[in-house]
Design a protein around this ligand. Structure first.
Ligand code: KG4
Ligand code: ZN
Length: 337
């Protein structure tokens, strides 16, 4: 079965084709970073208009790259939430309309379920059950994953998501949007011993997290120095260390609380190599193993949407032709397949 996936929840337009026998056949991502950069963040109306421009050309590209005709596609999966309402509606309208005109089923996909299942596209995928850490621009979630669609929250950020904290701190350091990757690059040159940022909410039990205080800590630290290049690099390093350490401590608790030995880490921030190293050293001590998506499938993409949708379509989960999106959609509302 060949599934066409469409992702348009935020500032990436992406289309992919996943084959349930042969795996990922093709995927394309158009990033809107340049479009939003001068505003320092995503402008929803500009995002929607750009999705309209790019979705169909990208669909043609992935069909060609996979050597497929439209008649070869057996189903369509599109992100129905959470995300920006206008942006989601573009993907939903195109997904539903193509499915209707090609006379094939279509299915709604939860964006975060897509991230959660992204490591399944790798050669050595994890087996259920496992603990998942989802770290993106909008979410920081620790989840007990019993099976596909069976998600129980163990902990979450009570304020800013980890990616959001990266983006805000990067802005403070004068780095351009989106800040995560540029802050990580700057942190490489920083001295790890100069500043020590707190590890929020690690001095009490539990798996909930808080990252907004780190940004405030960065503001205050910045105010106490001259703001030279080396000051900024040292602050970036201290910030990145604090996020990585805090996430590792919370993941260790999740593994110990559940007795599980597999940790899936996904979402944009999982691209961070420093975080991966920190998690891997914790995992080695716990006798556990980490599963990450390949670098280009950490951030938003349609391969994960096509994959997650394919699993639902295989179970007969095609939805009707209504075009509905859910800008807010708690992941634990999903039900086991
Ligand atoms: O999953 P994603 O592409 O979109 C959402 O669903 O939110 O995640 C985007 C987030 C942004 O906050 C971005 O700054 C962050 O992931 N990010 C990173 C890195 N690459 C992307 N944060 C830290 N280090 C990175 N290398
Ligand atoms: Zn995402």
């Amino acid at each position: 079965m060949k599934i066409l996936g469409i992702e348009s929840s935020c500032d990436e337009t992406a289309v992919a084709i996943f084959d349930t026998d042969a795996g990922l056949l093709s995927h394309e991502i158009h990033s809107q970073i340049a479009l939003h950069a001068e505003y320092g963040g995503v402008v929803p109306e500009l995002a929607s208009r750009d999705h309209v421009r790019k979705a169909i050309p990208l669909t043609r590209l992935v069909l060609d790259a996979a050597g497929c005709q439209r008649g070869d596609i057996d189903g369509i999966a599109y992100t129905a939430g959470p995300g920006l309402v206008g942006a989601l509606l573009v993907g939903a309208c195109i997904g539903r309309s193509l499915a209707w005109s090609w006379d094939i089923p279509s299915v709604e996909v939860h964006h975060m379920e897509g991230h959660l299942l992204a490591p399944m596209l790798e050669p050595d995928p994890p087996e259920f059950p496992f603990v998942a850490l989802l770290v993106s621009g909008g979410h920081t979630l620790l989840i007990h994953v019993a099976a596909r669609g069976d998600y129980r929250f163990l902990g979450q950020s009570l304020d800013d998501a980890a990616g959001e904290a990266f983006d805000k701190t990067a802005k403070l350091l004068g780095l351009s949007y989106p800040g995560g990757p540029s802050l990580a690059a700057l942190a490489k040159q920083g001295n790890p011993d100069r500043f020590r940022f707190p590890r929020p909410m690690t001095d009490r039990p539990g798996m909930d997290m808080s990252f907004s205080g780190l940004k405030t800590f960065a503001v205050n630290t910045m105010a106490s120095v001259d703001g030279t290049d080396s000051d900024r690099a040292d602050i970036a390093r201290a910030f990145e260390d604090a996020v990585a350490d805090t996430l590792a401590i919370k993941c260790k608790r999740a593994l110990q609380a559940t007795g599980l030995k597999s940790l899936v880490v996904s979402g944009g921030v999982s691209a961070n190599l420093h975080l991966r190293l920190r998690l891997d050293s914790m995992l080695a001590k716990e006798g556990a193993r980490g599963y990450y998506p390949r670098q280009d499938l950490c951030t938003d993409n349609a391969a994960m949407i096509a994959y997650a949708g394919a699993q639902r379509l295989l179970k007969g989960a095609a939805t009707d032709t209504a075009i509905e999106v859910r800008p807010r959609w708690p992941l634990d509302e999903l039900r086991p397949l």
